[in-house]
Every structure is written in structure tokens, then in C-alpha cells.
Design a protein around this ligand. Structure first.
Ligand SMILES: *Cc1c(COP(=O)(O)O)cnc(C)c1O
Length: 396
């Protein structure tokens, strides 16, 4: 059996998105900045895509900038808020401890340039507390950036409440919505979101393309200087095949969202129940306030990397942290942020299922993980120390 259970790392492109991409490359190959007909047709396609993307999140077309993906959108959003803040003497930023590295590394860079950053704790359930967020706001706070849903443990943040608090305090609110767009309903107006990052390859679109929503009225700062594309805010000939395919994928995901989530939640809970039977294991993150496709477990006495290799041999593609951190020996900053100690965080497994998952596949996953964990524990010195009472179990 082959089961792709790493949809938080990337998703397979949908057939419709592949078709749109191919057709756009064949037919709409003109440069949208050119004045002749095939250029102008490409321009029309581009603006049609912008309108359709905007509709899905209840934004206006001119509030959408096309980018190369989630990382670029995150960088541009943070730089935009930081530069605007600095002009008014506001150099304090509030974020959370378990953001994606595209956020955390950009914040580090801003710190080196005189900004002060408060990282809110996310507690054992993996959720930011809005009272703590409000208490962290200062006179000189120029930005709050909190992700909509976490890419490792799938926990969904109270974005609407955070947006309301920020609006009340006059602070710009950005959310990294890369795991949420196409998977959860987003309404930038109702949720008071000022900036939102999204990436096509997380919702069955192509890699290397995404968008940034910036509420009108906010002065946008460029990362890339050059031509006047994207109203001068993001230079470079537009990736029209990618943008058109992203639009197809987003419309498709949005239309099937409710149905897909209902199905995935059922299988997710079935997986959680099955894996909970493994002794000395624990689910990471809130059991209910999480993405429909996310299952993340820690197993005491083993190494996450070895689980992955053995699951791969059984045809299951999964992850132990985020794709960016696996390979490095540091345990995931996300698992540490919810209070998992190093040893326990190391023995973690992330399964992110897609909408095509079946109950039979879930049974195969449960069976395989049980076998693999038992096998690895059978020769783990840490496990021996735990069972012989030389070390104390941390997970029940
Ligand atoms: C994948 C991801 C990103 C990065 O997106 P890219 O398009 O791969 O650059 C940023 N934030 C989150 C939460 C993600 O899951």
C-alpha cells in the first residue's frame, strides 16, 4: 500500500489545476505587460485570477499580490508592517513561539535591526491565549503576527478574536494562513485580518506560487525591485500558469471544503483513537481545535527519524517535524513550545492526511505505526531504562 500522509509539507496537484496550468502555458503565453493582443489576453487572465482569489477570502482584487509562495508572503508582510511602524516610532512586534521559520527567522532579522519581539507562549494545547495577547500589546506595538493553523500540530488559533483585539488597539494584524487557506473558511473582513499569507502547493496547486492579501490603505513595502508588475509592489513577470492553476485549485478546495473536512475529521479521530492505544504515547495539540487532516503523536523511548524510515519501507510517507527541520537533529521548536521535553519531542510523528484517505488506509497506518513503535522500542536503550524503572516515564 502507498499512502501519502504528508500533506502539510506539500500536496499533490489536482487534475484540474494541472489542466489549467498546461492550457495557460499553451494558450496564454503572452507577457501581461505587453500591449499587443496576446499580452493583453494574458493580462485579462491575470486579473480574472486576482478577482477569483479575492472572492474566496472576501477581499478586493486590488488587495491581492501574487508572490512565489508562503515564505515570500510572510517576509513581505512582516517587512511592510515593520517599515510602516518604524516611520511612526513603533518598533515592537508580538508573535508566537511556534510560528513557521519564515516568520521566526524574519523576526530575528528585524530584532537585529532594532525591533523588539514578544513571543507569546502557546501552552500545552498549542493555542495562543487572547488575554495574554492583549496584555502583550504596547503603545509602540506595530504588528501582531499569529499563524491561522500550525503546520506541525495543526492547532487552529482564535484568529477572529485576535483580529478584533488588534483592530480595537489599532495594531496591524498579519496571519500566516498557509495551512488554513483552502482548508478553513477565511473571511478577511469578518475576521479583521490586515494581511494574510497563502501558498498554492498546500491546497493542491503548484509549488512556487502564492499570494499576500494586504488590506487597502496599508502602504506595501517591496522585497523585489524592478518593473511595475503588481502595481509596483512585486517586480518580475507574473507566473501566469502558476497563478491560474492556483486559482483553479483554490476554488476547488473552497467548494469541497465542508465535505472534505467532515470526511477527514472522521478518519483523523479514528487514527487518534487507534494510535492512543500505544502505551506511553500522547497526542500533540488540542484534540478538537485542529486541522481536519492533522495527527501528531509523541511516543516515548524512540527516535522520530527511525519511525519515518520504517514507515517509508511500508509505503507510508509521513514526517517527524516540519520538512524544513527534519534532517537537522534539533527537536522541533513547535513541540518544545507546547512543553514536550527534548527526548519526547524526538519520538514524534506527524501524519497529515488528504481528502482521499480511506478507512482501510487508516487501519493500515495504525497497524504499521504500532508495529514500528514496538519494534524500535525492543532495542532502544532509553526504553529499557524506562521499563526497568531507571528513568521515569513522562507520557502516562
Ligand atoms: C509551507 C509553509 C510556509 C512556506 O510556504 P512556501 O510556499 O513553501 O514558501 C509558511 N508557513 C506555513 C505555516 C507553512 O506551512
Amino acid at each position: 500500500m502507498q499512502i501519502y500522509a504528508d500533506n502539510a509539507a506539500t500536496t499533490r496537484m489536482s487534475e484540474a489545476a494541472i489542466q489549467t496550468m498546461t492550457e495557460t502555458m499553451q494558450t496564454w503565453y503572452g507577457n501581461p505587460s505587453s500591449l499587443y493582443l496576446i499580452g493583453q489576453r494574458a493580462k485579462e487572465k491575470l486579473e480574472e485570477a486576482r478577482k477569483e482569489i479575492a472572492q474566496v477570502i472576501n477581499a478586493e482584487p486590488r488587495e491581492i499580490i501574487f508572490t512565489s509562495g508562503g515564505s515570500e508572503s510572510d517576509n513581505q508582510a512582516l517587512l511592510t508592517a515593520a517599515m510602516n511602524g518604524k516611520k511612526r516610532g513603533k518598533t515592537h512586534i508580538v508573535s508566537s513561539a511556534f510560528e513557521h521559520h519564515a516568520i521566526l527567522h524574519t523576526l530575528k532579522k528585524l530584532e537585529k535591526n532594532g525591533f523588539e519581539v514578544t513571543l507569546l507562549p502557546v501552552h500545552s494545547n498549542g493555542i495562543v491565549r487572547t488575554d495574554e495577547l492583549e496584555a502583550a500589546l504596547r503603545e509602540d506595538t506595530c504588528l501582531v503576527t499569529i499563524m491561522t493553523a500550525n503546520n506541525e500540530i495543526g492547532t487552529v488559533q482564535p484568529i477572529g478574536e485576535i483580529g478584533e483585539i488588534c483592530r480595537r488597539h489599532g495594531v496591524v494584524f498579519h496571519t500566516d494562513g498557509v495551512q488554513a487557506v483552502g482548508h478553513l473558511p477565511i473571511d478577511v473582513k469578518a475576521q479583521n485580518i490586515d494581511m494574510l499569507s497563502a501558498s498554492a502547493h498546500k491546497f493542491h496547486g503548484p509549488k512556487g506560487v502564492g499570494f499576500l492579501y494586504v488590506r487597502k490603505g496599508i502602504v506595501i513595502h517591496n522585497l523585489i525591485e524592478g518593473g511595475a508588475q503588481e502595481r509596483g509592489k512585486r517586480a518580475g513577470t507574473e507566473n501566469l500558469p502558476g497563478i491560474a492553476a492556483m486559482t483553479t485549485a483554490l476554488k476547488e478546495s473552497a467548494a469541497a471544503m465542508e465535505k472534505n473536512n467532515a470526511h477527514m475529521e472522521k478518519i483523523r479521530d479514528y487514527l487518534i483513537q487507534g494510535l492512543s492505544e500505544i502505551p506511553h504515547s500522547a497526542l500533540n495539540g488540542d484534540a478538537r481545535k485542529r486541522l481536519a487532516g492533522n495527527v501528531n503523536f509523541s511516543f516515548e523511548g524512540i527516535e522520530g527519524e527511525s519511525i519515518l524510515i520504517l514507515l517509508d519501507q511500508r509505503g507510508i510517507s509521513a514526517s517527524s517535524g516540519s520538512a524544513c527541520t527534519s534532517g537537522a537533529l534539533d527537536p522541533s521548536h513547535v513541540l518544545l513550545s507546547i512543553g514536550r521535553i527534548h527526548d519526547v519531542a524526538h519520538g514524534s510523528l506527524r501524519l497529515t492526511i488528504g481528502e482521499t484517505i480511506t478507512k482501510e488506509e487508516a487501519d493500515y497506518i495504525i497497524h504499521s505505526v504500532k508495529e514500528v513503535v514496538a519494534h524500535l522500542r525492543s532495542f532502544s536503550p532509553v526504553w529499557r531504562d524506562l521499563t526497568e524503572g531507571k528513568k521515569e516515564f513522562i507520557l502516562k
